[in-house]
Design a binder for this molecule. Sequence first.
Ligand code: PMP
Length: 369
Amino acid sequence: MDSMLADRLKHIDASGIRKVFDLAATMKDPINLSIGQPDFDVPDALKGLAMQAIDEGFNRYTMTQGIPELRAGIMRQLRAAGRVPADDALDVTITAGTSGGLLLALLTLVNPGDEVLFADPYFVMYKHLVNLIGATPVFIDTYPDFTLTAERVQRALTPRSKMLILNSPSNPTGVVLPPDVLRGIAGVCNAHGIWVLSDEIYSAFCYDAPFCSIFPMLERGLLLDGFSKSHAMTGWRVGYAVGPRAVIQEMNKVQQYTFVCAPSMAQKAAVAALDHDMQTQMAAYRRKRDMVYDSLRAHYELSQPGGAFYAFVRAPGDNATAFVQRAIAHNLLVIPGSVFSERDTHFRLAYTASDATIQRGIAVLRGLV
Ligand code: PMP
């Protein structure tokens, strides 16, 4: 088998998460706090628009870079929010989810052998995509506070450093980096000619302060976001990338020969999603965040997550895999930190569930310490 497969797969190891899902498959009606997508559904009005687009025959390839009204709407909204400066040299392309944007950006900017830095704990796709393209992932350990700082980035730099992937709010820690920290990181990256790929997929889920993007602070930057989390459209595959026009045009070339385009009907609905009020859903998630933090803090070591929909909690005994096995024996599914980290001391709890399910999960966790 090994000799049959391409060498690049040697670095791809899905055993950690597969073990968790294999265990989950044996559970009957688990208390599932492992899911990386919202428990609310796509708003009905947006579903209607996608169905209408299909009915009206909007089923063909779109332009590689996406439909003009969506691209214009995204730029308008990002500029109004101060996330993108009013600079004519910038452009946007619609990608097949934020994941699609990540792959296009890496293929466009990173050579085999280059180093790509990111905070550990990390979104697991970063490590594997970087390995897939033959570059080297550099893990910047951010324990115990999970805050990526200018100093931590500076210490990790080498002559091979090409790119930093930044994810605030973060999966899996929920940490939101404040503006002064972002400015420090941008300063280091600008001084060393490092590209920063800012993965802002959780920008809508910011509970304590308005979302702040590093993008306007960067000399070499790409901003990635999408509709998967904010509008629960994970299966619809619509994201976007903003950056210097010359880079976006190269990403479009790669898209032309890989994804071709993002799904047509989902792009149509995404135009209206830009103006669809999701405040009720976001307020509900803030309450879930409070519920998790307030009821676990006396029993477990965790810092208050400022965004996304995860808490990253220290496992008793600092052995997350063993702890998660105990949790699963009590019908609770959470994910061991080793899936998102080079360490195995914490577990990720996703509060993407009904309040009742979260309460049941909390009761089990309280019983395990
Ligand atoms: N970045 C992060 C940090 C994520 O958590 C996810 C989804 N789990 C993605 C990107 C990918 O999202 P999409 O569905 O837009 O591809």
